[in-house]
Structures are given as structure tokens and as C-alpha cells.
Design a protein around this ligand. Structure first.
Ligand code: HAM
Length: 420
């Protein structure tokens, strides 16, 4: 039998899917409140899209993409993230011709060939937003506020916002030279990853988890921003203070994707160590142009749903109660099946979740099955009941049994279970 999952993938099972749906719904509601609309892009795109946007020098493009040649000879890649696809769709569907900004959100699977561990998988799911067509730092503040609002809806506290600016291509180019000058003499002492990244993207040395000390004493980009980038960061800081959003300026925060300009941020659960980054995001004012569009500013974020659920599951009280069956119909003999099916249909039409036995179980077996499925009520139907037009209704939560007319069963159940 072929019974093992590919490494780094997960089945999301009944019992878990309800929690996923709940978290996704909280995200949808938060996005709606902020005027964001859902977009669904394909799970694979032309490989070149990610090479051009995420960037040739990044770990994602260098070693993490699931790239394959299709039967038509085209190189395609399972999307490692959602921003590139959203930007492509923005151009493809001429969103630039509509009133700006265009505010989008998405939920869906992403794929990266990473070493799996708790909170890091090869197929994982992101929730994210992207805003195109607004350069004002008020939008940067809004996306951070949206993320905070979402986490508040989930009852999460103690999260930290880390903020930085990585400047624009002009001030960053100057800083890059300065940084290369700082690291050059240190090269022999640096870890292998840093030596590899030195030529590809020296900025990434700043977020190395090994050479932390060298990064701490390195020149800071925030001390070398041009006047416009400096002003953008200061204005954003002012807006966040205005909104009561505490943040930490973290000059080592550079992010692992090439498209960022100016604002970058992460929202972190400090108790979770290296997998504690719930959300990563930032501004990408050059991305649409890189894909052949007119210069169009943009900003967004994305977070991993698996990580979020890991945190939420630490305190099950935060999660919604498991879904349960409103009523289980226990039949005292197979000849009642036609009546049972008819009654089930009526209950379901009335909006009640209802089920019955399909295996010819004994009454005891049916009751056991009902209680395993957390049925709130069991309705017993046999010869005697049918002749009098009633069912015996057993309250599985509070105990007790009453007779209820079959005619009024939906009404009684809706009243007694406070169904909305
Ligand atoms: P990212 O930092 O690569 O950014 O990923 C964002 C989030 O996705 C991470 O903070 C983490 O929660 C989750 N994540 C990433 N890789 C994995 C994995 N292998 N397993 C589980 N979770 C993972 C981006 O993807 C950007 N597109 C974010 C963005 C949107 N920036 C602007 N707009």
C-alpha cells in the first residue's frame, strides 16, 4: 500500500478542518472590514515570474522552488508565495485602469522545498493581502493594522511588530557598498551561508542566525536612508503610534525576497523561536514595473496558517467548539428506513444537521454511534411511535426523554437547541 505522505506535507483531517475554516473566516471578515477583496490565482505560474520578482539571488529561487517542465515543454513552478501571482494578475486584468488602490486578499497553498520541522512545511498555506497603486505610508499602517485586527479576533496577545526600512534602489545601492566594505575583511570568519550570500546579496548577512554579533555592529541602513525614504519611515512610525500599535525598529530585518523597497515588517510570537514569524511583509514599489507595467507602488504581507494554528491550539479555549450533530435518528428496525430518510430530509431542509444509521446497528450500537458523533439529541422511531405519529426525543446533553410529534419535530428541535 502507498500510505505515506510526501515529506513536508500534511493531511488536514476532520476535526482540524473546522479550525482551519474558522481561522480563514476570521481572516475573510477582517479583510472585508478593511475593504479588501479576495483573489484566487493558479497554484502554478511560469517559472520566470518568480525568478524575476522573488529574485535570482534568493534562497527561494536558488534552492526551494518546485519547478517542472510540462508536457508542452514549458517551465512551470508551484507558487512559493502569493505576491508575484497577484502582481501578474493586476497587470493581466488591467486593474491599473480601475480606481486605485486595488486591495486584494488571498488564502491558499504555497510550496517550498525546505527542511520540514514544526511550523515549516513543503506544502503550507498562506493568508495574505496585497495593495497596489498607493505609495502613502498610511497604507503601510493600514495593512499592519489589518494584521493586528485579525490577530485580535483570534484572541492572540503578546505579538511583536518588527519594522525596518530597506530604502529605495538608490540609497540601498550606496549602503550595499558600505556593507560590503564592512564584511569584506570579516569573510574568513563568517559562516558558509554568509560567504555564499556575500556576492549574491550582502544585505542578507544582516539576518544570519549564526553571525549575529557581526550583524549587530554592522552599519545600519536606517542611518543611510535618502531623505524620502527617511520621511516615509518616520511618517509610518507616527501613524502606528497614532493607532496605538507598538513596534520595534529592527535594523537587521531585511527579509528574504528581492522585491522589497522601503517598509519591511514582521509580526512575531517571541515565545516561538525561529518559527515564531507569524507574518512577513513589506512594500514593493518596483514589482509591477519589473513585470512590464507602469511604475506602481505596492505593499502587502503573508502569514503561515499552520504556524498560526499551532499557537492557537496551545490554548484550545480560544478555538471554537467542535461542530456537533443536532440530531441522530435511531431506527428500531430496517423497515423504518424509508420514513427515516424522509424525516432526515425534512430536518436538513429546516437547517438542522441530522444523520442516521446505515449499518443496521442495534439500538445500543446506534446510541453509541450518536454519542461518538456528539449528537445533541437522539430521536427514536419504532413501530409504536410511528403508529402514534411521534418520536421519543432523548436529550444527550441534559438527560431525559420526551415524546414529540413528528409533525413538530423540526420546530421543537430548533427551539430546544437555540438554533439560529
Ligand atoms: P515570506 O516571509 O517568505 O513572505 O512568508 C510569509 C510567511 O509565510 C512566513 O512568515 C511564515 O509564517 C509563512 N511561511 C513561509 N514559508 C513557510 C513554510 N515553509 N512552512 C510554513 N509556513 C511558511 C512572503 O511569502 C511574501 N510573499 C509576503 C508578502 C506579501 N510580502 C508582501 N506581500
Amino acid at each position: 500500500m502507498l500510505t505515506n505522505l510526501p515529506r513536508g506535507t500534511n493531511d488536514i483531517l476532520p476535526g482540524e478542518t473546522e479550525r482551519w475554516q474558522w481561522v480563514e473566516e476570521q481572516f475573510r471578515v477582517a479583510c472585508r472590514l478593511y475593504g479588501y477583496r479576495e483573489i484566487r490565482t493558479p497554484v502554478f505560474e511560469h517559472t520566470e515570474l518568480f525568478q524575476r520578482t522573488v529574485g535570482e539571488s534568493t534562497d527561494i529561487v536558488q534552492k526551494e522552488m518546485y519547478t517542472f517542465t510540462d508536457r508542452g515543454g514549458k517551465s512551470l513552478t508551484l507558487r512559493p508565495e502569493g505576491t508575484a501571482g497577484a502582481a501578474r494578475a493586476y497587470l493581466e486584468h488591467s486593474f491599473y485602469a480601475e480606481p486605485q488602490p486595488v486591495k486584494l486578499f488571498y488564502l491558499g497553498p504555497m510550496f517550498r522545498f525546505e527542511r520540514p520541522q514544526s511550523g515549516r512545511y513543503r506544502q503550507f498555506h498562506q493568508y495574505g493581502v496585497e495593495v497596489f497603486g498607493a505609495a502613502d505610508p498610511a497604507v503601510d499602517a493600514e495593512v499592519i493594522a489589518l494584521a493586528r485586527h485579525f490577530f485580535q479576533r483570534l484572541g492572540l496577545q503578546g505579538l511583536q511588530v518588527h519594522l525596518n526600512s530597506i530604502g529605495c534602489p538608490t540609497c540601498r545601492a550606496e549602503y550595499r557598498q558600505l556593507l560590503a566594505g564592512y564584511y569584506q575583511p570579516l569573510l574568513p570568519q563568517l559562516c558558509e551561508d554568509c560567504r555564499g550570500r556575500f556576492d549574491r546579496n550582502v544585505l542578507r548577512l544582516l539576518d544570519c542566525k549564526v553571525d549575529v554579533e557581526y550583524a549587530r555592529t554592522a552599519p545600519k541602513l536606517t542611518d543611510h536612508l535618502c531623505a524620502d525614504c527617511q520621511k516615509h519611515l518616520e511618517t509610518l512610525g507616527g501613524y502606528l503610534r497614532e493607532l496605538g500599535i507598538a513596534y520595534e525598529l529592527n535594523p537587521q530585518l531585511v527579509r528574504g525576497l528581492d522585491y522589497y523597497t522601503r517598509t519591511v515588517f514582521e509580526i512575531i510570537d517571541p515565545t516561538l523561536g525561529t518559527q515564531g514569524t507569524l507574518i512577513g511583509g513589506g512594500r514593493y514599489d518596483g514589482l509591477v514595473e519589473e513585470l512590464g507595467g507602469k511604475p506602481t507602488p505596492g505593499i502587502g504581507f503573508a502569514g503561515g496558517l499552520e504556524r498560526l494554528l499551532l499557537i492557537l491550539e496551545k490554548d484550545p479555549q480560544r478555538l471554537p467548539p467542535a461542530t456537533r450533530l443536532d440530531v441522530f435518528l435511531a431506527l428500531l428496525g430496517s423497515k423504518f428506513v424509508p420514513e427515516g430518510l424522509r424525516l432526515l430530509g425534512r430536518l436538513r431542509q429546516a437547517g438542522l444537521s441530522a444523520d442516521m444509521d446505515f449499518l443496521g446497528r442495534s439500538l445500543k450500537g446506534q446510541l453509541r454511534y450518536a454519542s461518538k458523533n456528539q449528537a445533541r439529541f437522539v430521536a427514536l422511531l419504532g413501530e409504536e411511535e410511528l403508529s402514534r405519529g411521534v418520536v421519543a426525543l432523548k436529550d444527550m446533553e441534559q438527560g431525559g426523554q420526551v415524546e414529540v410529534s413528528i409533525e413538530r419535530l423540526e420546530k421543537t428541535l430548533l427551539e430546544r437547541s437555540n438554533h439560529r
